[in-house]
Design a protein around this ligand. Structure first.
Ligand code: AGP
Length: 617
């Protein structure tokens, strides 16, 4: 998830673009760049780091004259954050310039074809491949920029919001989108246009905006109506100019009150992006390049040790269940802070999987260094491309959750589980430890998860009502079995870290060994009772709590009839395979913690005493 901006009109483009990029930095902030056309030549500057770094570089490097330009703030997916991989990217001839937010899945195949036609590439990005493909088509077919972009986009697979400038046509910008957002701000009498990932960069200039729909391309030219076309068949589309109602802060939060709620609602997209180009359910294929390149090591591994902290540790715990059940590989899940000082027994036959959203957590980094020093192969699962942990690993793969701003991790957790589950399924396939039928069933079910998460998000209002009843609680217990024991831990952590209510998660069967002493009519107990997860046993745990007047909030599979007669509140989730239920059962727990915290007046996005990335031990 990157931020893109652009301007064409009568004003100086540079200040509009640079301020726009600052507003979009919540979308990505690991590198930035700008291109301006001063009437004669293209002036381009780009750099690793935040937009403030770019400003400094621009002031030393290029003139900022010009009424037309494009800008980009990056959240790396292909190619680590550095000057070369940052946007804008320029075509081989130097005449075409592009900025891009999204992922081109089949970029490698196109790149090889272009190389065979004499193209060379400066960066590792999918975007540079796209601009050279556009150039190749423009030259070969002798067509205008708009047509070349349309033809090229019909050859790529993936998600994109792009803006393309052609030096030979300096009075227009071509934009297009599929999967990633793109808004066009329309000036009075079409005397200027603003391009951006959302309206925050241009809301103070105009309230008139066109939100490009998926599969649409627009040719933007000063002084005339925006010419919108369908990418698929080049058919004309009427421009739907709407008046903006939101203010800037609301726009950055996408209209949500807090980044945490926005990120909870982004999970369907984040999960889809995480398996984009990696899960081909119909073909029964899972391909994760970091894993494929090291498959032999994984297949010969005697043990997998997962190291992580906080919410990432909970994702590791879910992975212990999937790796052992599907791939029959023994797994140990370690708190990185304990692992680094425990002088653990590690051999070169071990694989260590390090999980981290930020990629900067000090304890996890130290655990990795220790494991490597003892000869283990370290494989990272990170959300921040080019982060310290990503660079310290022997290999790895990225979740594509996009930037997570809220300190309480939400979409990073579900994308970590998504990716780790795909890895476990791929290893099971390679090892033959799973029947083909079961393997394909899990791939098909995984593909349905984003839609099912959308369905679960519809219970938000119901959860809000339940939250109202328990916002004055002083303690809370979370119970789960199997795959949902780690989810119980995660639910408790969410409530603790944003509402400051003491909460504990437990394996449901552990209750009898102590915690049941805490149960009385003031103790809310959240129980996860999915139909395929040791259901009968969980029901008897619920009865044990009920018989001690505990207040039960149960997460059940839709259509459940038994628990609803015992529990005080029932929240239904759609049916799916048990191993995938954590991707659904987590959502109501995130929402419950969120609503309780908001009602208690807590600073949900920046809770007291916490930091988004713990870079000290
Ligand atoms: C989770 O909501 C917290 N922000 C915290 O526990 C976090 O998961 C932990 O600090 C690990 O961070 P990482 O995933 O960035 O390494």
């Amino acid at each position: 998830m990157c931020g893109i901006t652009g301007y064409i009109g009568y004003r100086d483009a540079y200040p509009i673009i640079i301020n726009g990029l600052k507003r979009l930095e919540y979308r990505g902030y690991d590198s930035a760049g700008v291109m301006l056309f001063d009437g004669e030549k293209i002036n381009l500057s780009k750099t690793k780091g935040k937009v403030s770094n770019l400003e400094e570089k621009v002031s030393k490097e290029i003139t900022t004259k010009g009424n037309i330009g494009i800008g980009h703030t990056r959240w790396a997916t292909h190619g680590i954050p550095n000057d070369l991989n940052s946007h804008p990217h320029v075509s081989q001839s130097g005449n075409l310039v592009i900025i891009h937010n999204g992922i081109i899945e089949n970029y490698n195949a196109i790149k090889q074809e272009l190389i065979s036609r004499g193209y060379t590439f400066k960066s590792e990005t999918d975007t540079e491949v796209l601009i050279n493909l556009i150039e190749e088509i423009k030259n070969k077919e002798g067509v205008k920029l708009g047509k070349a972009v349309q033809i090229a986009l019909n050859q790529v697979v993936g998600a994109y919001a792009i803006a393309v400038f052609d030096r030979s046509k300096p009075d227009e910008i071509v934009v297009a989108r599929l999967g990633s957002p793109l808004a066009i701000g329309v000036g009075k009498n079409f005397d200027e246009f603003f391009i951006a990932s959302d309206a925050s960069p241009f809301i103070e200039y105009t309230k008139d905006a066109i939100y490009l729909e998926d599969g649409e391309l627009a040719i933007i030219k000063k002084g005339r109506k925006v010419n919108i076309r369908k990418i698929q068949d080049d058919s004309l589309v009427d421009a739907n100019i709407q008046e903006l109602q939101l203010n800037i802060e609301e726009i950055e939060k996408g209209g949500y009150e807090h980044f945490m709620l926005k990120e909870i609602y982004e999970q369907p997209r984040a999960i889809t992006d995480t398996f984009r180009g990696r899960l081909l359910a119909k073909e029964g294929i899972i391909k994760i390049s970091g894993l494929e390149n090291n498959m032999k090591k994984f297949l010969n591994a005697e043990r997998i040790i997962i190291v992580a902290c906080g919410t990432s540790w909970h994702a590791g715990l879910v992975a212990e269940y999937t790796f052992e059940e599907f791939a029959r590989i023994p797994v140990e899940v370690e708190y990185a802070s304990e692992f680094r000082y425990r002088n653990p027994v590690i051999t070169e036959k071990d694989i260590v999987i390090a999980i981290s959203q930020s990629g900067e957590t000090a304890d996890t980094l130290a655990a990795i260094k220790l494991a490597r020093s003892k000869g283990a192969f370290v494989f990272g699962v990170c959300n921040v491309v080019g982060s310290s942990i990503a660079r310290e690993n022997d290999s790895g793969t990225y979740t594509h959750a996009g930037p997570e701003i809220g300190v309480a991790s939400t979409k990073a957790f579900t994308t970590q589980i998504t990716l780790l589950t795909l890895i476990a399924l791929r290893l099971a396939r390679a090892k033959g430890t799973m029947t083909s039928a079961d393997y394909r069933l899990h791939l098909q079910e995984m593909e349905l998860i984003p839609k099912k998460v959308e369905q679960v998000l519809k219970i938000d209002e119901k959860v809000k009502k339940i939250a109202k009843k328990y916002l004055l609680s002083t303690n809370c217990l979370y119970l789960g079995r199997g795959y949902n024991f780690p989810v119980a831990l995660e639910g408790a952590l969410k409530l603790k870290e944003i509402s400051y209510i003491h909460a504990e998660g437990y394996p449901a069967a552990e209750m009898k060994h102590g915690p049941i002493a805490l149960i009385d009519d003031r103790m809310p107990v959240i129980v996860i009772a999915t139909s395929k997860g040791h259901y009968e046993k969980v029901v008897s745990n619920i009865q044990e709590i009920k018989s001690r007047s505990g207040k039960i909030i149960a997460i059940v599979t839709e259509g459940d009839t038994v628990v609803r007669d015992i529990a005080d509140h029932v929240i239904e989730i759609p049916e799916t395979e048990e191993a995938l239920t954590p991707l659904l059962t987590t959502i109501p727990l995130q929402l419950l913690a969120y609503h309780i915290a908001v009602m208690r007046g807590c600073n949900v996005d920046q809770p007291r005493n916490l930091a988004k990335s713990v870079t000290v031990e």
